[in-house]
Write a protein that binds this ligand. Structure first.
Ligand SMILES: NC(=O)c1ccc[n+]([C@@H]2O[C@H](COP(=O)([O-])OP(=O)(O)OC[C@H]3O[C@@H](n4cnc5c(N)ncnc54)[C@H](OP(=O)(O)O)[C@@H]3O)[C@@H](O)[C@H]2O)c1
Length: 264
C-alpha cells in the first residue's frame, strides 16, 4: 500500500483564510480529507458532516491531533433537511471555498451487491445506489452551490469513480454503482454550466480518488496490485493537489487523483 509522508498539500490557489466543508467525514477518504484540511495553514475554518458527527470528530482528533476548532453536523443523504442544516451550519462562518462530498456506496449488506450480470438487477439496489451516489450529492449541491465564495476561487467537488465513465467502460458489471456515478457526472456537468453564469470563479467537478484502502474497497482489494492501493491520506493529499491546480476552464468534468481528466 502506498502512503504519502511528505508535506501537507499546498492550497495556494485559494484565498488565505479559506473555509471548507467535508460531507462524509466519517468515511475513509472523507476522514483523511478532513484531517488534511483541519491542519492546513490556508484553511481558517473547517466544518465536517457525517451520519455520526461525534464519531467523525473523534476520528479527526486521532488523525489530526493538532487541529483547531472544527464544527460538525449530522448529515444523512436520504434526509434533505439534514443536508440543508449541515450546509447552513457550515456557511454560518461565511461563504465556502472548498466543499467536498466524500460519501458513496458500492455494497451494503442485504441491499446492494455489485452485479456481475443483468440477471442480478434489483430495483431496490439500483434505487439505493442512485439515492446515495447521485441524488445525495445533487441535494448537497442544491444547498451548497449558492454558498460558494466569490472572493476568489471556490470548488464544489463530489467524489466519484473512474468506473462511472461510460466511455472508459470496457469490463461491464457493477451496474448500479457504475450507472449512479455516470448520473453523478451528468449532474456535475449541468451544475457547472449553471454555476458559470452565477459565480464564474467557482468550479463544480467530480474526482476519482484512485483505489484506496477503505471499507468500500475492502471486499475487492485482493485483485489490486499493492503498489496501486493508496492509503486514505495519500489519496486525500493527491485530491487536494488536484483541486488546487484546477482552473475555471476545468469545471464540469471528472478528474483523477493524478490530475488526468476522465472521459464522461
Ligand atoms: N475506496 C476506493 O477505492 C474508491 C475508488 C473509487 C471511488 N471511490 C469513491 O470515494 C468516495 C468515498 O469512499 P470511501 O472509499 O471513503 O468509502 P467509505 O470509507 O465506505 O466512506 C463512504 C462514506 O459515505 C457515507 N455514506 C454512505 N451512505 C450514506 C448516506 N445515506 N448518508 C450519508 N452518508 C453516507 C458513509 O457514512 P458513514 O461513515 O456514516 O457510514 C461514509 O462516510 C465514494 O464516493 C466512493 O465511490 C472510492
Amino acid at each position: 500500500m502506498t502512503d504519502d509522508d511528505g508535506e501537507v498539500t499546498g492550497l495556494g490557489s485559494f484565498p488565505v483564510g479559506a473555509r471548507a466543508l467535508v460531507i462524509g467525514a466519517g468515511g475513509g477518504i472523507g476522514g483523511a480529507l478532513a484531517a488534511e484540511l483541519a491542519c492546513h495553514p490556508r484553511v481558517a475554518s473547517l466544518h465536517v458532516a457525517a451520519r455520526d458527527p461525534a464519531r467523525a470528530l473523534a476520528r479527526l482528533r486521532e488523525l489530526a491531533p493538532g487541529s483547531g476548532a472544527v464544527g460538525a453536523s449530522r448529515c444523512e443523504l436520504l434526509d434533505e433537511a439534514s443536508i440543508a442544516q449541515a450546509v447552513a451550519d457550515a456557511a454560518a462562518a461565511g461563504p465556502l471555498h472548498v466543499v467536498i462530498v466524500a460519501t458513496g456506496v458500492l455494497h451494503e449488506p442485504g441491499v446492494l451487491r455489485p452485479e456481475k450480470s443483468w440477471r442480478s438487477i434489483d430495483s431496490a439496489a439500483l434505487a439505493r445506489a442512485f439515492a446515495v451516489n447521485a441524488t445525495g450529492p445533487a441535494l448537497v449541491a442544491k444547498h451548497a452551490l449558492g454558498h460558494l465564495a466569490r472572493d476568489g476561487k471556490s470548488v464544489f467537488a463530489a467524489l466519484s469513480a473512474r468506473v462511472g465513465s461510460i466511455e472508459d467502460n470496457r469490463l461491464g458489471g457493477w451496474h448500479a454503482y457504475r450507472a449512479s456515478k455516470a448520473a453523478l457526472h451528468m449532474l456535475v456537468r449541468n451544475f457547472a454550466i449553471e454555476l458559470r453564469q452565477r459565480n464564474p470563479a467557482a468550479l463544480c467537478v467530480a474526482l476519482h480518488p484512485g483505489t484506496v484502502d477503505t471499507a468500500l474497497s475492502k471486499p475487492f482489494q485482493s485483485a489490486v496490485d499493492p503498489a496501486r492501493l493508496f492509503t486514505p491520506r495519500r489519496s486525500a493529499r493527491a485530491l487536494l493537489g488536484v483541486i488546487d491546480r484546477l482552473g475555471s476552464a476545468d469545471s464540469g468534468r471528472a478528474w483523477a487523483w493524478d490530475g488526468q481528466p476522465i472521459p464522461f
